[in-house]
Design a protein around this ligand. Structure first.
Ligand code: ZN
Length: 341
């Protein structure tokens, strides 16, 4: 009951990469870097396990950024041709690589990393990947000239990847789609179709993460323009309820999402964001428990997976560690109340 997990990313240690950045530069190179990534992943795994996180991951220690980490090893994406473009409907600018040819995955991208994690934990293992719409929104395109077509091309290579991740022992595949909160019409038109293509043939659990973004200034400023009630999910949840994805990861803590919208998710499992990543203030276990109880007013506890609102990559390490511990302890409090401790 109430198994805990994170949205995905955790801070990188200062000896691995620059800290508190979403596109941090690595501190090392070559074999030393590869070693350091594995070391960091083990540290982050240990921190999750000690905090009582049930469904663990690599904290995205192996990739510089949650989208570009995958794209770096995809053919047809030229990182030598970076352009500064507005992403998430021009909410902020990023230096993005350009699609210059057919999208091809010449070899596995993250499969060795997943196998490494599998060897080091007996807990359920989750692996996160960028979703097709979010990939398309974090790229310049000189080749396809059509976002749905480009998304389907990425869905195809993502599908090749996740089938191998599943064989490597991953229990949950999660696609990160912050773009789903921005392009509401496109979610129904082609976003979910692209995700369906990406999960084809999987038997493990599948999830989609839809957040209001990392706790960076551009996102915090954007949230201030969304008014007293954030109703983006009202459009996307019915579409997702009808989809073949099993879990939906959403923001609750510190957000203005009206929680009755959760009822629009049908029978999906809800990865309820009970940790706010937009503040360095560490929640108390009691606050986490209270947020879980608020969610329980709309979703039965059997379908709730307490989670973070989004990745914690840009947070200071001690803050992220405190939040992980609060997440584990807060869920344990509610479990105890339910007699499931
Ligand atoms: Zn997120």
């Amino acid at each position: 009951m109430l198994p805990t997990t994170t949205a995905g990313s955790l801070p990188k240690p200062g000896w691995l990469a620059e800290t508190e950045k979403i596109w941090p530069a690595w501190r090392l190179s070559g074999a030393a870097l590869e070693d350091a990534k594995r070391d960091a992943a083990l540290v982050m795994l240990k921190e999750q396990e000690c905090a009582g996180i049930d469904i663990v991951g690599d904290g995205e220690q192996f990739r510089q950024h949650f989208v570009h980490g995958f794209l770096e090893r995809i053919e047809g994406v030229d990182f030598g041709k970076k352009r500064r473009i507005g992403i998430r409907a021009d909410r902020y600018e990023a230096d993005c690589p350009t699609v210059t040819g057919p999208i091809v995955r010449p070899r596995p991208v993250h499969v060795e990393e997943a196998a490494f994690m599998r060897r080091h934990t007996t807990r359920q293992l989750k692996f996160t990947l960028p979703g097709p719409m979010t990939i398309v929104d974090t790229l310049a395109d000189d080749y396809y000239g059509d976002r749905p077509r480009l998304a389907l091309a990425f869905a195809q290579v993502l599908n090749q990847e996740v089938r191998e991740l599943e064989r490597a022992g991953v229990d949950v595949i999660q696609f990160d789609e912050p773009a789903f909160n921005v392009y509401l019409d496109e979610v129904a038109e082609w976003g979910v179709e692209a995700l369906h293509r990406a999960i084809e043939g999987l038997t493990c659990a599948t999830a989609v993460h839809i957040c209001y973004g990392y706790g960076i200034k551009a996102n915090i400023d954007w949230k201030k323009t969304l008014g007293g009630e954030w109703r983006q999910y009202e459009r996307t949840f019915p579409v997702l309820a009808a989809s073949r994805l099993q879990q939906v990861s959403i923001e609750v803590a510190g957000s203005h999402v009206p929680l009755e919208l959760l009822e629009l998710l049908g029978d999906k499992a809800v990865l309820a964001g009970v940790i706010d990543v937009a503040t360095n203030q560490v929640e108390t276990p009691q606050q986490v428990a209270e947020t879980i109880r608020r969610v329980m007013a709309h979703v039965p506890p059997e379908r709730i997976i307490p989670c973070t609102n989004c990745g914690m990559a840009p947070l200071p390490r001690d803050v992220a560690r405190g939040k992980l511990q609060a997440l584990g302890a807060g869920a344990a409090l509610v479990r105890k109340e339910l007699g499931a401790g």
